[in-house]
Design a protein around this ligand. Structure first.
Ligand code: PMP
Length: 395
C-alpha cells in the first residue's frame, strides 16, 4: 500500500527527540533528558481517596459524556487558581483541555493556515514547534537573553512580518531555557501586541514552581484588550497523567476552542476532571506545590553547583528561579548532536538544542532537566557530562 498522507504529516520518519528519550530510558543511563515531574511526590493516596469519593457519590455523572467546555467543579478550581495568578475572570472565559498540549494544538487549528507567520522565542518548547509546523506555520524566531524575549528584536520581527497572527511565549521558567521574562518586557510585549494587533499565546505550565525572585504578573493579567490567550495545566503541579489543562480567552474565542475541541475529542476525560476537582476540594494544593518547589530547588542547586564545579571554562548556563530546566551553551561546538553522542557514551543523556529552534539553531546548546533525577545521581552524572563536553570542545 502506498500511503498518501495529508500535508499535516511530517515528511520525515525521524523522531529525534523520541529516539533520545528511548535511550535515556535505559536504567544504566543518568537522564537529564526528559521533562518529567518527580513521581515520588504524586499524591497517590489522596487521589485514590478522591477517586473513591467520586465513584461512590457521583459515579454515574463521572462515567458519562460531559460538556465540551469542562466539568463545572473543575472550572471553579481553575478560576481559583487563576485568581492566585492575578487573573480575575469567570467560567465563560475558561475551557478545560486535554492538557495544555491540546490547547496548543487547538490554537494551531484555529489560527494557522499554510504559510501563517508565528513568532516564537528562539529557542522554544519543541512540541509547540511541531504542532504549529503541522498546520503550515512559517516561523520567525526572536532572540532571547537571561531576561526573556528581546523586545527590540520582537518589534523588528513584527515590523518585518506584518501578517503575523500569533506570538507564542512561555514567559516564566521557559522550556527549554528556564529563563523568565522581566516585568518591563512583559508590559512591552502586551503593548506591542496592541500596537501591531497580534495575538499572544501565553503558555504557563511552570509559573507556580518558584523558589527565588518575585512572582511576576502573567501577560494575561496585564492585557486589557483580549490580545492574550492564556494556557495553564495541572501537569507540573499535580499530575501529567490526568491530562488536564485549560485555555482562558474572550468568550467569543472560547466558543471557537470549544467547537474545535468537539471535533477533536468531544470533551476532556470526565472521570479525571471529577477526581481532580474532588482532590482540590479536600487538599491544600499550595502545600503540595511548596513540596514540589522545595524538591526541585534542591535538585537544581545540586545540578548548578556540579555544573559550575566540573564543566570546562567558557561553558555558560541559565540561572532558573523555578521550573524544571537548565540551558547550557558550549562555545566553539558547531554540532550539538556531538555533545549528546559523547554524553551517551558515558551513560548520560541530555537533549541537544537544535529541535527547540523554529529556524536556525544556536550551535553547542543543550537542555538539562533536574526535576526527575534523584539527588544522589546528579553530581556524578554532571561529572561524566563534563568529560563529554571537554572531549567535544578539544576536537
Ligand atoms: N507547554 C510547555 C512549555 C511544556 O513544557 C509542556 C510539557 N512539557 C506542555 C506545554 C504540555 O503540557 P501538558 O499537555 O502536560 O499540560
Amino acid at each position: 500500500m502506498t500511503y498518501k498522507f495529508s500535508k499535516h504529516v511530517p515528511q520525515s520518519d525521524v523522531d529525534a527527540v523520541g529516539d533520545i528519550l528511548k535511550v535515556a530510558g535505559d536504567p544504566k543511563v543518568t537522564s537529564f533528558a526528559g521533562g518529567l515531574p518527580a513521581p515520588e511526590l504524586f499524591p497517590v493516596e489522596e487521589v485514590k481517596a478522591a477517586a473513591n469519593r467520586v465513584l461512590t457519590g457521583n459515579g454515574r455523572a463521572a462515567l458519562q459524556y460531559g460538556s465540551s467546555q469542562g466539568v463545572p467543579g473543575l472550572r471553579q478550581v481553575i478560576l481559583n487558581r487563576l485568581e492566585i495568578e492575578g487573573i480575575k475572570t469567570d467560567s465563560d472565559h475558561v475551557m478545560v483541555a486535554t492538557g495544555s498540549q491540546q490547547s496548543i494544538d487547538l490554537t494551531g487549528k484555529i489560527f494557522i493556515d499554510e504559510g501563517t507567520t508565528v513568532i516564537v522565542e528562539d529557542p522554544t518548547y519543541l512540541t509547540a514547534i511541531d504542532v504549529f509546523r503541522s498546520y503550515g506555520a512559517h516561523f520567525v524566531g526572536v532572540d532571547m537573553d537571561e531576561d526573556g524575549m528581546k523586545m527590540d528584536a520582537l518589534e523588528e520581527a513584527l515590523k518585518n512580518n506584518p501578517d503575523t497572527r500569533l506570538i507564542y511565549t512561555v514567559p516564566t521558567f521557559q522550556n527549554p531555557t528556564g529563563r523568565t521574562m522581566t516585568l518591563e518586557r512583559r508590559k512591552k510585549l502586551v503593548e506591542l501586541a496592541g500596537k501591531y494587533d497580534v495575538l499572544v499565546l501565553e503558555d504557563n505550565p511552570y509559573g507556580a514552581i518558584r523558589w527565588s525572585g518575585n512572582n511576576l504578573p502573567s501577560l494575561k493579567s496585564l492585557d486589557k484588550n483580549n490580545h492574550v490567550i492564556y494556557m495553564g495545566t495541572l501537569s507540573k503541579i499535580f499530575s501529567p497523567g490526568l491530562r488536564l489543562g485549560w485555555v482562558v480567552a474572550d468568550p467569543k474565542l472560547i466558543k471557537k476552542y470549544t467547537m474545535m475541541k468537539q471535533s477533536a475529542d468531544l470533551h476532556t476525560d470526565s472521570l479525571a476532571q471529577y477526581i481532580a476537582a474532588e482532590y482540590f476540594a479536600e487538599n491544600d494544593i499550595e502545600d503540595h506545590v511548596t513540596a514540589i518547589t522545595a524538591l526541585y530547588h534542591k535538585r537544581e542547586q545540586i545540578m548548578v553547583d556540579a555544573v559550575d564545579k566540573y564543566f570546562p571554562a567558557g561553558v555558560t548556563h541559565s540561572n532558573p528561579e523555578g521550573g524544571m530546566f537548565l540551558w547550557v551553551m558550549v562555545p566553539g561546538v558547531a554540532d550539538s548532536q556531538k555533545l549528546f553522542d559523547a554524553a551517551l557514551k558515558r551513560n548520560v543523556a541530555i537533549v541537544p538544542g537544535d529541535p527547540f529552534f523554529g529556524n536556525e539553531s544556536i550551535p553547542g546548546t543543550f537542555r538539562m532537566n533536574y526535576s526527575n533525577t534523584p539527588e544522589d545521581k546528579i553530581e556524578d552524572g554532571v561529572k561524566r557530562l563534563a568529560e563529554a563536553i571537554e572531549e567535544v570542545m578539544s576536537k
